[in-house]
Design a protein around this ligand. Structure first.
Ligand code: NAD
Length: 500
């Protein structure tokens, strides 16, 4: 039986009226388990207008009280952790422990945002001139929006709406239509935590809903996370409409393994970072770059048995599973197509997971782990983001060659180096043109109080996600210059005042 999902408008579930729906699958079985409504322009407009009406009263609530809503929200997330993780795994396919990680990485941003009263403080200069004080305030944008991807259906919506809302904005969340249930559950919990109706609206949809956000005059800021071509599109259309837009795109994260690295540690790190969540993470390592033939041979030898031993299965199999299916049949076909192309282009498929079948789940979107060796720069499997359980090995002769591989790739989300040499690590950290860098850490996702963002084609726009940057993105600065003279005695001034 399929469930008809809803939007969440003005504090309640509201059925879609457009007549358009997207199928939501259980990726482990291939069954359609729900229908996600796809909002029309009119539905989006109504949601935005009631958010706009609700926002001034919310902005007038003092920041400490706004933060208390998030304090309660954090407690509720803990209370409902199992329920959230189950719903997340059922639509996304990732394992239950990984789904809990997805919720917790969002929860940590909610915790950080509880510091909003401090983060929203402005600056003050006392006596900038005779009798003159200058101060700045951070004020909310009004109505902000977030458009989020399928791969972290709890974490990324929270990265967006927690800072935006605690800063005094109303927020329109347009989650991925592949796994929309958890975002709806998060909105229910925000209401239970005390958020007034209309401040968090979840409007489900596809390109139509995205365009309605980008064209809507009352939305001042848009945060997007997804693939690079859509990130570029959203950035171009949103900024052309005069909005503040930040778009985080795709990735191709390299891990350089130096000859002095602890190869057991590096191999374990590669297996976790390459195949966890079936490789469907923007911070997954998808390219291993061992330096020197001896390092490469030894690494491949260590990797093969570890990769062959990976346990693939449905989330319902519990702790026995390392990773689950990919999200849709289309994703599976695209990934397998790229693996075939890699073979045709001459890469060595050292572990071939293409024929993997899950007994009892023959219609699920499972792919066995694949490991490529001898990949070169001109191959499609190197150029494209595969976003599946496929790790490519590019052998580099020297450190400089390894570094320039990562630097020349058009993506720049994450990168890592494994070494015991502090000098090489310092050089790498200083020169690399990638936004998030790991030294002996394969997935260097910064914690909530730092900021998250890539460089190059992994981002369009300014400022990172979470951390202090989120408060800069979701607020505008107003700077006040004030003078309280005892009386205006000297008449008008016609020369621009300077402090010379
Ligand atoms: P996607 O680009 O297909 O979808 C992202 C959002 O855009 C969804 O809400 C979707 O409904 C909407 N969308 C899809 N097609 C659209 C179109 N033609 N016009 C307007 N809107 C459209 O991405 P996805 O497959 O959901 O997520 C995976 C991608 O996200 C990967 O490329 C991954 O690297 C990236 N990602 C990046 C980060 C980061 O912080 N850089 C984090 C997570 C995921």
């Amino acid at each position: 039986m399929t469930t008809e999902l809803t939007h969440w408008i003005d504090g309640q579930h509201v059925k879609g009226t457009s007549g358009r729906f997207a199928d939501v699958y259980n990726p482990a079985t291939g069954e359609v388990q729900a229908k996600c409504p796809l909002a029309s322009d009119e539905e989006m407009h109504a949601a935005v207008m009631s958010a706009k009406a609700a926002q001034p009263a919310w902005a007038a609530v003092n920041p400490q009280r706004r933060a208390r809503v998030l304090m309660a929200f954090v407690q509720l997330l803990h209370r409902d952790m199992d329920k959230l993780a189950e719903a997340l795994s059922r639509e996304h396919g990732k394992t239950i422990p990984d789904a809990k990680g997805d919720v917790i990485r969002g929860l940590e941003v909610a915790e950080f945002c509880i510091g909003a009263p401090h983060l929203l403080k402005g600056e003050y200069t006392d006596g900038a001139g005779p009798g003159i004080d200058i101060y700045s305030m951070r004020q909310p944008i009004g109505v902000a929006a977030g458009i989020t991807p399928f791969n972290f259906p709890a974490m990324i919506p929270m990265w967006k709406f927690c800072p935006a809302i605690v800063a005094g904005n109303a927020f329109i969340l347009k989650p991925s239509e592949r796994d929309p249930s958890v975002p709806l559950m998060l909105a229910e919990l925000m209401k239970e935590a005390g958020l007034p109706d209309g401040i968090l609206q979840v409007v489900n949809g596809d390109k139509g809903a995205v365009d309605a956000i980008l064209d809507h005059e009352e939305i001042g800021a848009v945060g997007f996370v997804g693939s690079t071509p859509i990130a570029h599109y959203v950035y171009s259309r949103g900024t052309a409409a005069g909005k503040r837009v930040q778009c985080f795109g795709g990735a191709k994260n390299h891990m350089i393994i130096m000859p002095d690295a602890d190869l057991d540690q590096a191999a374990d790190a590669l297996v976790g970072a390459g195949y966890g969540a079936a490789g469907e993470r923007c911070m997954a390592i998808s390219v291993a770059v061992p330096v020197g033939e001896a390092t490469a041979d030894a690494l491949i030898e260590k990797l093969i048995p570890k990769i062959e031993a990976l346990k693939v299965g449905p989330y319902t199999a519990g702790n026995d599973v390392d990773y689950g299916p990919v999200v849709t049949a289309a994703a599976r076909e695209k990934i397998l197509g790229l693996v075939d192309q890699g073979v045709k282009e001459g890469a060595t498929l050292a572990v071939d997971g293409r024929d993997f079948k899950m007994q009892g789940y023959e219609n699920g979107y499972f792919i066995g782990p694949c490991l490529f060796d001898n990949v070169t720069k001109d191959m499609e499997i190197y150029k494209q983001e595969i976003f599946g359980p496929v790790l490519s090995t590019v052998r580099a002769k020297t450190y400089e060659e390894a570094l320039s591989l990562a630097m020349d790739h058009e993506m720049g989300n994450g990168v890592a180096m494994f070494t015991r040499d502090g000098d090489a690590a310092r050089d790498f950290v200083s020169r690399i043109n990638v936004g998030m860098v790991g030294v002996n850490v394969p997935i260097p996702v910064p914690l909530a109080y730092h900021t998250f963002g890539g460089w190059k084609k992994s981002v369009f726009g300014d400022l990172n996600q979470h951390g202090p940057d989120a408060f800069r993105f979701y607020t505008r600065t107003k700077t006040v210059t004030s003078r309280w003279p005892s009386g205006v005695k000297e008449g008008a001034e016609f020369v621009i005042p300077t402090m010379a």
